[in-house]
Design a binder for this molecule. Structure first.
Ligand code: SAH
Length: 517
């Protein structure tokens, strides 16, 4: 499939990463990242895209932050691409936005072409369209403008001749979008006004478009220099000039989302679906995902294995977590069994998410308690009568004893089968501390007691006073009463708690709880 120009030569894929939001890379770009052996990326490409890259791939950061840190010169980057491809590697050169729009993509490809190296280019969403879109400015609009120009603002204002013909741009184009123009903003504004553009023309400056850090300011050619200075907006930012900017008043949507600008620490297990993060981000929040637990299999499955041998003797199987469902089926399949072998016992889950996952394994839960806790489940079972019943509880190695004890107390035989372990992860401790020290965090979310305990262990505060200092101004959301109790037992206060213990309800409660601030 690979087109090769020289025997043994690799290929370079010049891929547009999009403007910032990692969701804006193309499917082709993602596909290539997954298959790359080497990824050469720079400052504007979102690091979160690197999660698609295979762990065995080599990653090279080449910086290039407009004048601030030139970690590699363009010549060095070109040489690097030639070198990797020459060694037969599949290289992805990942660039912010679109590689061919002020991205020096053309220069890199000329060098590759000169060396006879095969290449492909994958376009990306350029930051101009992203900035306009996410600032609520249609870059063209029938009622306002029929033309757009993308220009660079990077030109040295002291240069005697300019590549930009300001006299034509100023009055000949409807919407003007300026890349790399913040430093030269006064010069750009002056040129446009001097060449006949009205000083009342609306202008928007948008920084880090499409990301949770997006910041924007709107003014006119007459005011924008002062507006930008006052707002403190720094590069990377785009300048959008033209009558279309007015439309933002009615269709600004991105920055209006309920959690926009909120910083939330989401504690969770690495394996858990990122439903919570996705929901919070959809509402505009910027999430710091902090894995406080790693889920690992147990060394010894003896109890579960024995139970599976005589699974038809059980009246109930109880699933109290998503991880229990996953690890149970993993083991079931490993033993050559499947859902058909479970037709004997009735099956209960602690809540709705667990039941939904169970359904993916082909089983409709027979019982979901109205209250999604171990106690709630125990109560529902007691109501049905458990005396003399055989109950299998596959779960974490260390778990709460309330459910098995209550059931045993009512005369049931309960087999507790440990099938996974919660292990606190090592990394990210420093990052978490730094995040809290910065003082920008609005909220921490907890979805189980273990996340609370492990979070506290990771924060590693010297004493209660230090813990309170680190968490001052930070609200706490707990998914349910058990988790909440673990929080209050640690001397902290729960600010947000949903009435129904599910992730969607938790998201709703967070939106509600932070709105009133
Ligand atoms: N190839 C890129 C542009 C690279 S030039 C693209 O197609 O978008 C670098 C300039 O792009 C920055 O100085 C800034 O003006 C702009 N830029 C890139 N990403 C941006 C973002 N997320 N928000 C605002 N401006 C951005």
């Amino acid at each position: 499939m690979e087109q090769q120009t020289k025997t043994g030569a690799g290929k370079v894929y010049l891929v547009g990463a999009g403007p910032g939001d990692p969701g804006l890379i193309t499917l082709r770009g993602k596909y290539l990242l997954e298959r790359a052996e080497v990824v050469v990326y720079d400052y504007l490409a979102n690091r979160r895209l690197l999660r698609y890259v295979s762990p065995s791939a080599e990653m090279v950061y080449v910086g290039k932050r407009g004048g601030v840190e030139h970690s590699h010169t363009q010549d060095e980057i070109n040489a690097m691409l030639v070198e990797f491809a020459g060694r037969g590697k599949t290289v992805v050169r990942l660039k912010g936005g679109d590689p061919f729009i002020f991205g020096r993509g053309g220069e890199e490809l000329e060098v590759l072409a000169a060396h006879g190296i095969a290449f492909e280019v994958v376009p990306g969403v350029t930051s101009a369209t992203a900035a306009a879109t996410y600032a609520g400015i249609p870059i063209t609009h029938r009622g306002y403008t029929a033309s757009v120009a993308f220009i660079t603002g990077h030109e040295d204002p002291n240069k005697s001749t300019s590549n930009i013909d300001w006299s034509k741009i100023a009055t000949g184009i409807g919407t003007i979008v300026v890349y790399m123009g913040i430093k030269n903003l006064p010069h750009i504004v002056r040129n446009l006004i001097d060449h006949g553009r009205s000083a009342d023309t609306p202008v928007a400056v948008v920084r880090w478009a499409s990301t949770p850090e997006q910041q924007s300011v709107v003014g006119t050619l007459a005011t924008i220099v002062d507006d930008v200075r006052e707002s403190g907006i720094k590069p990377p930012a785009l300048i959008v000039i033209g009558e279309v900017v007015k439309l933002r008043e009615s269709i600004d949507w991105f920055e209006k989302r309920p959690l926009f600008g909120r910083r939330i620490i989401v504690t969770r297990t690495r394996e858990q679906a990122s439903e919570l993060v996705a929901g919070l981000e959809e509402a505009g929040a910027s999430c710091f995902e902090c894995s406080t637990i790693n889920i690992e299999p147990v060394d010894d499955y003896r109890i579960l294995d024995e139970a599976l041998e005589r699974i038809n003797e059980y009246h109930w199987i109880l699933f109290t977590s998503i991880n229990a469902v996953r690890h149970f089926f993993k083991r079931l399949y490993a033993k050559g069994m499947d859902a058909r072998d479970l037709k004997g016992p009735d099956i209960a889950t602690v809540g709705r998410s667990t039941a939904e996952l169970l359904l993916e394994y082909g089983i409709n839960a027979d019982l979901i308690p109205p209250v999604f806790t171990g106690e709630g489940l125990a109560q529902s079972l007691l109501d049905l009568g458990v005396e003399g019943r055989n109950i299998l509880l596959p779960r974490a190695q260390t778990g709460r004893e309330i459910l098995p004890e209550t059931l045993r107390g009512a005369g049931a035989q309960v087999t507790v089968a440990p099938i996974y372990r919660n292990v606190p992860p090592q990394g990210r401790k420093e990052e978490l501390r730094a995040e809290l020290e910065r003082g920008k965090v609005d909220l921490v979310t907890f979805t189980s007691s273990s996340t609370v305990k492990n979070f506290l262990a990771m924060v590693a505060a010297e004493n209660q006073q230090e813990l309170e200092r680190l968490l001052s101004g930070v609200k706490i959301a707990a998914i349910g009463p058990i988790t909440a109790k673990t929080v209050t037992d640690a001397g902290l206060k729960v600010d947000i708690q949903p009435e129904i213990y599910t992730i969607p309800e938790m998201i709703r409660a967070i939106i509600e709880g932070l709105r009133s601030d």
